[in-house]
Write a protein that binds this ligand. Structure first.
Ligand code: COA
Length: 379
């Protein structure tokens, strides 16, 4: 490569274009997010997760017939194969749920005779099947790690509603199903974030979709990415009461600590997904009598804006809506995965459809001319 072609290093690859995509666009300057051309605000206000998954995976909004066929496909693949349950049951009880998801997805890949077929149609089939069963995997892997029996999914329920049914073993309240549907939509896709980029890198070696998803789950686990929703809830619970919120944030900032659920690499004037979700935090707080949590969040938001000019990201309100629905904290990042599976798999399809190995370079910063010494002469 000629010296003139070398692009200077940018830490964290900030501002670097790493691919061309038709799936979604983060228009940070306008605080907008679009999926396949549609504003996420319109999708969040009007659509089921199933409609949005169709849009992201197939590139257009479905008509009634197309949606109904797609819903039937999803329902047909909700249940996990017996081998996946057997594998999950062999895992250490109380183990990490994100790791269990990786095991579950890897097992699904081992069971798929077409795992290594990276053609568009085979990949689309895999994407639909993974989207269908990820909520079952999340809920039942959680149950199994807790020493409980898995619950069979129910086909007359919607996608988000069924997830809550499998998790709790009873039908959810309509408000909870509605908010879960909304968070699934808001978490479904977000451009070249760390986990999706991981999926691209893996897919670019022509490895299969399951391998790409296993890697993406690993990237999502970190607290600077998907893990932030769990860390944000731990912080809110540690604060405990609105009176303590301001001093807690000020103390953490004085210690140069990061407040999880705030800031974003792309959005610098606010994350539209957090704005959409905030109204539902208020509604759930009123329904459950946990207005203290809503107040704590409001105070944290005010202090972070005043002190650091930082806005909340989607993980901040998502944490409290899940908490107020009674969902245990270790499920928050796995739920993110159950929604983002749509984006990950859509990106794997895009990568495989027009592939070039992703292989950037690094600037070597170590010594070059050390004199070699045989082992017995070394100090
Ligand atoms: C998401 C995130 C990694 C993006 O960060 P980034 O674009 O790399 O920005 P930087 O890490 O360079 O941070 C820029 C400045 O803001 C500060 N900052 C960023 N996020 C912060 C946070 N959540 N709490 C406190 N300070 C924060 C940094 O300390 C830095 O301050 P400095 O310039 O005084 O050193 C970062 O905002 C963060 O760590 N957020 C918390 C984790 C989180 O919520 N992740 C979910 C993202 S959807």
């Amino acid at each position: 490569m000629a010296e003139k072609d070398i692009i200077p290093y940018r830490p964290g690859l900030e501002g670097v274009t790493a691919g061309i995509s038709k799936i979604s666009d983060v228009i940070a300057a306008e605080n907008r997010l679009i999926y396949r051309g549609y504003d996420v605000r319109d999708l969040a206000a009007n659509c089921s997760f199933e409609e949005v998954a169709y849009l992201i995976l197939l590139g257009k909004l479905p008509n009634r017939r197309e949606l109904s066929e797609f819903e039937s496909q999803l329902k047909a693949h909700r249940e996990l194969p017996a081998e996946v349950y057997a594998t999950l049951k062999a895992l250490p009880k109380g183990g990490n749920l994100m790791a269990a998801l990786q095991v579950g997805v890897a097992t699904l890949g081992m069971l798929d005779p077409k795992a290594d077929d990276n053609s568009h149609d085979a990949n689309l089939n895999k994407a639909i099947r993974l989207t269908a069963c990820m909520p079952t995997l999340v809920a039942n892997a959680y149950r199994i790690l807790q020493g409980q029996e898995p619950v069979a999914p129910r086909n007359e329920l919607g996608h988000a509603e069924n997830f809550l049914y499998v998790l709790f073993g009873r039908e959810p309240e309509p408000l909870h199903a509605r908010v879960m549907n909304l968070t699934f939509i808001l978490y479904a896709e977000h451009g070249y974030n760390a986990s999706t980029f991981t999926a691209h890198v893996i897919a670019s070696t022509l490895a299969d979709m399951y391998s790409a998803v296993v890697g993406a789950i690993g990237a999502l686990r970190g607290p600077l990415h998907g893990g932030a929703n769990e860390a944000a809830m731990e912080a809110i619970l540690e604060i405990g009461s609105p009176e303590r919120a301001e001093s807690w944030v000020m103390e953490k900032l004085a210690q140069k600590a990061r407040i999880m659920g705030f800031g974003h690499r792309e959005y610098k004037t606010g994350d539209i997904r957090a704005v959409i979700l905030k109204d539902w935090v208020r509604q759930l707080a009123e329904q459950t009598g946990r207005t203290d949590l809503y107040e704590i969040q409001n105070i944290m938001e005010r202090v972070m804006l005043r002190e650091k000019n930082l806005h909340p990201n989607v993980d901040f309100p998502a944490a409290t809506v899940y908490y107020m629905m009674g969902i245990p904290i270790p499920l928050y990042t796995p739920i993110f995965a159950a929604a983002r599976i749509v984006g990950w798999t859509a990106h794997v399809i895009e990568q495989h459809d027009d592939n070039r190995l992703i292989r950037p370079r690094s600037d070597y910063a170590g010594p070059r001319d050390l004199v070699f010494k045989p082992i017995d002469e070394r100090e």
